[in-house]
Unconditional design. Sequence first.
Length: 165
Amino acid sequence: MHRYMSYNGPMPTTGSQQQVATGTAIKTMLQLATPSTRQLQVISWGFSLSGVPNGVVELLSGDVADTVTAHFATGVQPLDPNAPASLLSLGTGATGYTASAQGSMTAVRVHDAQIITATTGQNELNYSYQFMPDERPIVGVSRFLKVRVNFGTSVNMQCWICWDE
């Protein structure tokens, strides 16, 4: 097994890791697509927000892809520099970030969800969760793992997922 990590933006080269606007409707910020030959196991995930909106951030998997900005292979980074490239499917209907169109999933598994509430004075702008070994979600073949938001106010967000495949 090999461990990988991906963010909701292109690999930073001369600049810093990109922040992406969430918008004010449901939006997938990061999507990983398993191929027909490989499943993945989620190790950890997290996000940072530039402000405190009202809404929810979800880590979920489902059966339908969203239309995303396609990741290049360099955006799916092995944590071990000697590991092979990830086998995730790449493309606008596969692994990528910042969805421009949401698919209509019918078979969904929620792995974690965080409510962000500005009205109660909550100021949790950073969240990181590492699953215990016995609770790590497994995303089956030909499925889509997503970090999805639904906010009433648009803020900038960075999010990431770490997984084994």
